[in-house]
Each structure stands twice: as structure tokens, then as C-alpha cells.
Design a binder for this molecule. Structure first.
Ligand code: NAD
Length: 396
């Protein structure tokens, strides 16, 4: 795969840096719903879309500037290019990131931010989507979103096929072994991938778990089957335990791991079903226990990021992600789009030596939505003077 992923890697095209997600009109409109008391069907009308365009353009420009400022700060460069301040330095470190299959999700954004900080990127991609990821990569489909703040393209040293729901070959049932989407791939269970990474790289410094799967996610918990619930736990929570277990011997002492969780673990989010809320609760609890065990055994840190809603491929499969993004835009303390890069930057900090005393934590990167006790778009608050977004205050 080194050869396959190398396609386009050497292209020295310098393109302007683009944040990992664009700002959608619907989301810009959503930010106005509260202030103008507009219904969601009006929100989708073309007149409304044209009326919010200037607001949309201004918030997009400012949010994009803000992300550039954060990324620039991360790379330790001031506007005039001089080295300045405290920077995240991951040069010489190797990161294995499990759960990247396109350029839309958090895994990709984390890979980019770690690469921007100087880390070498190694990826684990779910077997059924490995071919499409390889082909898209080779055809340059991701080239634009591979551009790093310094203008170079993110390089991926190697991509391994991985199914984190299986520890070793004995675990794999016949129907998966004979599934045509797995044909042509081998050594993709967690233990086998860890062994291959050891053979190829000797050791790593950073382990990222950015994957989840719940086959019955669209079902309420009361309608979820035992099989569906356990599948969600297996793919979304135990997969992290397993990855850490098999990679632990090759993570250098002082290294770090990170996973992605969601607020549905601790608050009710109707629609995030099929046992996925339970899976995220398990992941957060395991973060604490594993922080103790991995810390004592090998001085490895374990943290998780509770990320706000993002329109990734996995989230779109759940079906209500646009509504969650709108809800966040209207109700979060920070009325701006959440960029995947902001989660990537937080991940880069948490796995860096700057966070050397941070372990066992859940870090919220969600524009502050987790801190709200009520949804301020409720009619109950119609008469209250709630401060509206002042986009001019977004730092330039
Ligand atoms: N998108 C959101 O709104 C949101 C919010 C909070 C947390 N998260 C979490 O972020 C993480 C990344 O998800 P995302 O939303 O960026 O979507 P994504 O689609 O980019 O990532 C999910 C990845 O998991 C992979 N995957 C699924 N089953 C797998 C398996 N058995 N083995 C290996 N890989 C497997 C998929 O191929 C995909 O690449 C997940 O843990 C998700 O729960 C997402």
C-alpha cells in the first residue's frame, strides 16, 4: 500500500489551506432561526437562503480565519513566518490512526493535524471500504484536503486493512471470511495488524481510535436486539480496548492514545440508538480504567474527545446529523460552525508532550454545547433576552 498511497504524494502543488468542512447554508440559516423566529420549512426556502447569504458568507470567512489562526498557532508560526510561542511538535513520532476511509470524518482531520505537527501517519481502514479509499486516494480525490498549513500535502506512509471488531482469525465467522468485500485482503484482525505494524515500523508513539459502528443505530434502545446492541459495543467500544491491548507493547513509553466519543453517552439524544449511547458510555468508562492500566504498565496516556456533531459519512448513516448540527448552531455557547480541524487540533495537543500530565479525561470539543442545561430555542425562552451570536467577535 505504500506504493498505492504514494500516488500523488510527491506532487508539490501548493494550494490554499482549506478547513476540513465547509459551512453549509442550512447551518448558517440555523444560526439565525433563534434570532428571527423562522420555522425550519421557511429555512429551506430559496428566498430565505438568499436572505441569509451575506450572513453565511461573513460567518464562513470569519470562522475560516479563526481556524487558520488556530492552525497557524499550532505550527508555531506568526503571520510574518517567524517562530513564536509554544508549539505542538510531533516530529519524529509515528501515529497509527484507525478509522479513516475518506476525507470527511474526524479521523482524517486528526491525521492532518498530527501531520501538520510533524508526525508520520499510518492508517487502518475498515476492510469493506479499503478498495474505494485506495482508489480515491490514487486518483487524487483527496489531494485538495491533503493540503497542510505550510502548503505541502499530507503523506500517508502506509494503509492497513483493518476490522477492529475482530481480535484474531479465530474470532472471524465464516460469513465474514467468505464475504466478497473481504476477498483479496488478509491479516486485517487487530492482533495481526499490530504485528504487521511492529514488523514494518518497530514501534509507534500515538494510537488514534476514530471508528464506530452500530448496525441498529436508527432503532430506539427499547427496540434494539441483543445482537445489535452487542455489535455496537464490539465495534465501537471493545475495539478500543483491543487496539490498545495489542498495540500497547509497541507504543513507546511516554506515548499516548485517543478516541472519539459523543455526548449521547451521558445525556439523552433521541435518535442515537441501537446501543450506540451505551457504547460511548463504555468507551468513556474504559478511558479511565485503561488510563490507569496503560499508565502503570507503560507510562502511556489514554484520553477521549467528546466531539460535537459533524456531517461525516458515519454520521449521515444515522440520518439526523443535519438537525444535530442545526441544534448546536442555535443552542451552543459558541455560535459558529464546528470544524473537524478543531477536533484534530485538540487531538494533536492531547497526544503531544504538552499534555504530559493529562490522562483518563473526556475533553469536550463541541463549541460548549455539553455545558448547556436547556435548549434556548425552546418557546419557553421566547421572552427572555438571550444574547445572540456576534460574529464580529470571532477572532481574526
Ligand atoms: N460525526 C459526529 O457527529 C461525531 C460526533 C462525536 C463523535 N464521533 C465519533 O468520531 C469517530 C469517527 O467517526 P466520524 O463521524 O468521523 O465518521 P467516519 O465515517 O469518518 O469514521 C468512522 C470510521 O469507522 C470505520 N469503521 C466502522 N466499523 C469499523 C470496524 N469494524 N473496523 C474498522 N473501522 C471501522 C468506518 O469505515 C469509518 O472510516 C467515531 O467514533 C464517532 O462515533 C462522531
Amino acid at each position: 500500500m505504500a506504493a498505492a498511497t504514494a500516488s500523488g504524494l510527491q506532487i508539490a502543488r501548493v494550494r490554499p489551506y482549506v478547513p476540513s468542512r465547509g459551512f453549509s447554508k442550512a447551518r448558517a440559516g440555523a444560526a439565525l432561526v433563534d434570532s428571527k423566529r423562522i420555522t425550519h420549512s421557511e429555512l429551506r426556502s430559496s428566498e430565505f437562503v438568499s436572505s441569509v447569504r451575506p450572513f453565511y458568507q461573513s460567518i464562513r470567512t470569519q470562522a475560516s480565519r479563526s481556524v487558520k489562526a488556530v492552525t497557524k498557532a499550532m505550527s508555531g508560526m506568526s503571520d510574518n513566518g517567524a517562530a513564536s510561542g509554544l508549539s505542538i511538535d510531533l516530529r519524529g513520532k509515528k501515529a497509527f490512526i484507525a478509522g479513516v476511509a475518506d476525507d470527511n470524518g474526524y479521523g482524517w482531520a486528526i491525521a492532518k493535524c498530527l501531520a501538520a505537527a510533524g508526525a508520520e501517519i499510518i492508517i487502518g481502514t475498515w476492510v469493506p471500504v479499503m478498495k474505494i479509499f485506495e482508489t480515491s486516494f490514487k486518483r487524487g480525490k483527496f489531494d485538495e484536503s491533503r493540503v497542510l498549513p505550510n502548503g505541502s500535502l499530507m503523506e500517508i506512509t502506509k494503509v492497513y486493512p483493518l476490522d477492529a471488531a475482530f481480535d484474531n482469525l479465530e474470532d472471524v465467522p465464516e460469513d465474514v471470511k467468505s464475504n466478497k468485500r473481504y476477498a483479496g485482503f488478509s491479516n486485517w484482525t487487530v492482533q495481526e495488524v499490530a504485528e504487521l505494524v511492529k514488523q514494518d515500523f518497530g514501534s509507534i508513539d500515538i494510537l488514534v481510535h476514530s471508528l464506530a459502528n452500530g448496525p441498529e443505530v436508527s432503532k430506539p434502545l427499547l427496540e434494539t436486539s441483543r445482537k445489535g446492541y452487542l455489535a455496537a459495543l464490539s465495534a465501537s467500544s471493545y475495539s478500543f480496548v483491543s487496539l490498545l491491548k495489542y498495540f500497547l507493547p509497541i507504543i513507546k513509553p511516554g506515548g499516548s492514545s485517543i478516541s472519539l466519543t459523543y455526548i449521547a453517552s451521558e445525556r439523552i439524544i433521541p435518535g442515537y440508538g441501537g446501543g450506540m449511547s451505551s457504547a460511548k458510555a463504555a468507551l468513556e468508562s474504559d478511558t479511565r480504567v485503561l488510563a490507569f492500566e496503560a499508565g502503570r504498565r507503560r507510562n502511556i496516556r489514554v484520553n477521549t474527545i467528546s466531539a460535537g456533531p459533524l456531517g461525516s459519512r458515519a454520521a449521515k448513516a444515522i440520518g439526523f446529523i443535519d438537525r444535530m448540527i442545526e441544534y448546536s448552531a442555535v443552542n451552543a455557547p459558541l455560535q459558529k460552525e464546528l470544524f473537524a480541524d478543531e477536533v484534530g487540533n485538540a487531538a494533536a495537543f492531547l497526544v503531544s508532550p504538552l499534555a504530559s500530565a493529562i490522562t483518563g479525561t473526556v475533553t469536550y470539543v463541541d463549541n460548549g454545547l455539553h455545558a448547556m442545561g436547556v435548549g434556548i430555542d425552546s418557546p419557553v425562552f421566547a421572552e427572555l433576552a438571550i444574547p445572540k451570536a456576534e460574529t464580529s467577535k470571532v477572532p481574526a
